[in-house]
Every structure is written in C-alpha cells, then in structure tokens.
Design a protein around this ligand. Structure first.
Ligand SMILES: C[S@@+](CC[C@H](N)C(=O)[O-])C[C@H]1O[C@@H](n2cnc3c(N)ncnc32)[C@H](O)[C@@H]1O
Length: 247
C-alpha cells in the first residue's frame, strides 16, 4: 500500500478506508453473522460485561496481557488484525499516541470498523482499513508489532494458516507477533471436558485451535514465548524471529 499520501498529513483522528471489493468470508456469514455481521451486532455485543462473561471473566486479564507487550517507549508501527469488542483497541491507540507509535487496524466488516472509529478517543490517530486477514493490501515488513486478539479461533484451519502467514509477511524481521486466544487446557482443567460441546455449537473452529499448539503454526525458526491463562484455556503467544534484537 502506498503510504506516502497518508504520511504527508498525519490524521488527528481515526480515518476509515474501505476497499469495497473485499468479500465477507463464508465462515463469518455462516457461523458469526449474529455476532459481527448483523448491523445491530455491535450494539448488542460490544459491552464490557458481556464480552467478559463470554471469556469467563478473563477479558480484562487477556486485554492487560496483550497490552503488556506494547510497553516500548518507541512503539513504531503497530497493526491489529481484526477489530475486537471491548476497550482493547482504544487503549492500544492511546499507547500508540503516547509512545511514538502509529496504529493500523484492519477488519473485513465495515460495521466493525465504523464501531471502532466511534469508540476511539478523538485525538488518537489510527488508520482503520477494510481488508481480509488472508490477503492484506499491505507491504512486506511494514510493522514493528502485529496483534491477533481472539481472531484465530474463529477461523477455519486453512484460513488461520493464511492469516498467520500474512501477519508474518507484514512484520519487520525484528518485529513481534502477539497472539491472544484460546489455548489447550491442562488435563486437570474441567473446562477441557465441559467446554467442547458449547464451543462446537458457537465457535466451531475453536476446537482445532485448542488441539494444536500455536507454536506449531509458526515457522520453526521463530522464538516463541507462551503464557497460559485460566489453566491453559486461554493463552498468549509472543513470537519473534530467532536472532532479532527483540529476543
Ligand atoms: C477478533 S474477532 C473477535 C474477538 C472477540 N470475540 C472480541 O470481540 O474480543 C472478531 C473480528 O474479526 C473480524 N474478522 C473475522 N474474520 C476476518 C478476516 N478474515 N479478516 C479480517 N477480519 C476478520 C470480524 O469482522 C470481527 O470484527
């Protein structure tokens, strides 16, 4: 993507740009129309108490865990792939504004980008871009940090692999990929046995993410830091290329 024009005038508030030719993926229409695609979905679901309930009381913890990876005084260029309900992105945008960062957020649904624009504090410049995570219209090695917050579990296995490959393509060689999502619960965690029937109904692709460590989805030359939460039911994975300065 040609950023020369965008960079010439740094926006004082979030700007939204839509690539109208981006199609809404089939799995979103089929399984998540009620949660994201329906025009009223953000009004129904974008409530802290509700998303905290959906994450079994772990939303604030996971949001804090994600934001803890963005503490560098010079953040550089940050990309969040997919909007998320709640206040993660407004907080990330504030950090970017205070720590010499530029935040871009992509999502495939205009309704989600519009909702995010409305949520972002006024003086936090961010670019909100309509793109599919599997085919980002972004240059190689553009970003210092890429964040995937609870996106991968919503994607079928082959889509998930493409999303990760795109995230790594746009990441600088010494950049950091941060993933927060469902994990593999420990054998002693009752959720390991109780949750699959519910997930099979509501989040059908989450089960495949729970079965396979995220590390296995990343290239073998990456250095991976894995932190389990809630007995492993959730996880944070921070990946850098081996030998990069961030290790
Ligand atoms: C990140 S996940 C949601 C995480 C969690 N439920 C939350 O809100 O905190 C949901 C977002 O991912 C977006 N999304 C799903 N598939 C996508 C894709 N292929 N490309 C870009 N955005 C996608 C949806 O439009 C939605 O805004």
């Amino acid at each position: 993507m040609d950023r020369s024009q965008d960079d010439a005038i740094k926006p004082a508030a979030a700007t939204v740009s839509y690539h109208e030719h981006v199609a809404v993926p089939d799995y979103l229409m089929r399984h998540y129309w009620w949660a994201y695609v329906h025009p009223k979905a953000p009004r129904v679901f974008d409530r802290l108490w509700l998303i905290n309930l959906i994450l079994l009381g772990n939303y604030h913890r996971m949001r804090r865990a994600a934001l803890a990876e963005f503490n560098a005084p010079e953040l550089g260029r940050v990309l969040q792939i997919a909007c998320a309900y709640g206040n993660l992105t407004p907080k990330l945008a504030k950090k970017a504004a205070l720590q010499n960062g530029d935040l871009d957020v992509v999502d495939v649904l205009p309704v989600q980008l519009r909702t995010l624009k409305w949520k972002l504090p006024k003086r936090t410049p961010a670019r909100l871009l309509r793109m599919d995570s599997t085919a980002l219209h972004l240059d190689d090695a553009e970003y210092d940090h890429v964040l995937l917050f609870f996106l991968l579990h919503e994607q079928p296995v082959e889509v998930r692999a493409k999303t990760i490959s795109e995230a790594l393509r746009v990441l600088k060689p010494d950049g950091t990929l941060v993933i927060c999502d469902y994990g593999t619960p420990a054998w002693w965690n009752p959720l390991r046995y109780l949750m699959p029937p519910f997930l099979a109904l509501l989040e059908p692709f989450a089960l495949s993410l729970m079965r396979r460590p995220v590390k296995d989805l990343l290239p073998p030359d990456m250095t991976v830091r894995h932190t389990p939460f809630f007995g492993g039911f959730y996880q944070k994975v921070v990946a850098t290329r081996a030998g990069s300065a961030s290790n």
